[in-house]
Design a protein. Sequence first.
Length: 286
Amino acid sequence: MAVPVTECLEQQLLEMEMLLAMFPKEGEIKLEEEAVPGVQRYLRSAGGALPPQLEFSIAIDVGEAKVKVELQVLLPHLYPHVAPRLFARSDALHRQQQQQLNTALTSHISSLAPGELCIYEAVQWVKDKSLPYLEKSSKSSAESASEAVVVKETLHRLWIYSHHLYRQELRRKILDSAKKLNLTGFCLTGKPGVICVEGLQENCEEFWHVIRYPNWKHISCKHTESVEAEGSIDDLRLFHAFEELQFQAHGDYGLRNDYHMDLGQFLQFLKQHQSGHIFQILFGVK
């Protein structure tokens, strides 16, 4: 039986209230000011467009040295009946240890009973279980080589939607960030705006964090894909570079004629890159 999205959002607000009470200090929880009010307005209106997904981060002190580990959280509209997106990161972790930590975290959350609120459980797990990864990271590569768990690399792909995208400085930020993080994909400028990035999970998460903050409000991550690589993740990429797309405008929209993209051309582009199924996810139409 399908669970109403309103019921899920009400549970998310209750959990958010609990977390804010448990982490009251400034900087412990980073949450956009309008995030919770946006959900509250949607619940009061009993209809209309869904609010942006709740996205926030929690700073966690680990061990006696109180090493900072940041837990980044994104709650799908149907959470807790759909798993949350969680990513733990710390400047004290090397890439491999960070991958191992997040693999173990995902496995633990997947083992919990479905339909249960689990963000505080994730916080406690990070607090209790991160120390061995931090200690391993602090050793020399020679000392840790025999202890390190072999982890296959996974290609991560994010599909990001925005109501519009045409500011030059924002487009430059997107291109520069993708290049810096070794991500391939594309950025469709105009109205609507669509971004796809693919690469290592931590780089995709970093990209999303960089472009999302501090104040891009009309943007959401619509879909994620993860594919485990037997060899190099480069063999699984659908795109061989990161490029900016701009298709011919469709229809007559006056002064903004240049910004309304022909989505038929965009659909053909997706099909050419084995991604035709994404069109329905982004726009809700076949």
